[in-house]
Design a binder for this molecule. Structure first.
Ligand code: DGL
Length: 267
């Protein structure tokens, strides 16, 4: 059986790249819902429905375990899928998100104030605030929605002055509040890692979600041999998308760092 990696679009390839680097032996199926990206400004009901369809598709492709690499879907749909949908439909399979492992790391390294940036959906769900409070109720948390960043990154404008200006505007309140740790709560933001670290300065630790999620998956598989034993180990990877334009294909390959043979599917 395989490991499924789901994202609303192709940003999850940035996470998958780190996962394959850490755990190259497994067979992965990537699914990017590129026909319906972005999820970030959509309602909770729609994000849940899209995510449920994607998870169902990946289970039908023989995935034993699915990582929801999309922060918005992890924030708005994961809990309901884990608690209500999975036990009825696929009780022996597992779905994990990205918020919990990143929060565990943040709480470990932060001194007293964590900043979180993400889409409007992720921020309004309060999922990061709730997870941080579960692990450290005294930790201060400050969130900032950054809805313009995904379109700018998808235009490959990361080096553009407009993007730097937008970033400085979004990060200013977090900088003024003197956060000591920053969570990049969106698949796309690692593309701007250097620019974000540059603006925040050396006193703020900017967390790299891809590496954290890869480490957490390795740890999970170590602790769950009943899941690990079922996984194929042929290093065969498949990349599904729900839409493909030449622009997205080039963008995805740039983020992933190599050529990809995408297959178009319907959910
Ligand atoms: N993948 C989304 C996330 O991580 C960003 C793109 C979108 O809004 O769908 O939140």
């Amino acid at each position: 059986m395989k490991i499924g990696i789901f994202d609303s679009g192709l940003g999850g390839l940035i996470i998958l790249k780190d996962i394959i680097k850490k755990l190259p032996q497994y067979d992965y199926i990537y699914l990017g819902d590129s026909a319906r990206v972005p999820y970030g400004n959509r309602s909770q009901e729609t994000i849940y429905e899209f995510t449920r369809q994607a998870v169902d598709f990946l289970f039908k492709q023989d995935c034993q375990l699915i990582i929801i690499a999309c922060n918005t879907a992890s924030a708005e749909a994961l809990r309901k899928i884990q608690q209500e949908w999975l036990p009825v439909n696929y009780p022996d399979r597992r779905v994990l998100g990205v918020i919990r492992p990143v929060v565990e790391k943040a709480v470990e390294v932060a001194k007293k104030k964590i900043g979180v940036i993400g889409t409007k959906g992720t921020v309004s769900s309060q999922a990061y605030i709730q997870e941080i409070a579960k692990l450290d109720p005294k930790m201060e948390v400050m969130q900032q929605a950054c809805p313009l960043l995904v379109p700018l990154i998808e235009e490959a404008w990361q080096k553009n002055d407009v993007t730097k200006k937008v970033l400085r505007t979004y990060l200013k309140p977090l900088k003024l509040a003197e956060i000591d740790t920053l969570i990049l709560g969106c698949t796309h933001y690692p593309i701007l890692y250097k620019e974000i670290q540059g603006i925040m300065g050396a006193r703020t630790k900017v967390l790299h979600s891809g590496e954290i999620v890869a480490d957490a998956l390795a740890d999970y598989l170590n602790r769950h041999s009943e899941i690990e034993n079922k996984l194929d180990k042929n290093s065969n990877n498949i990349y599904y998308v729900t839409d493909l334009s030449p622009h997205y294909e080039k963008l995805g390959e740039g983020w992933f760092g190599k050529r990809i043979r995408f297959e178009k599917v319907s959910l």
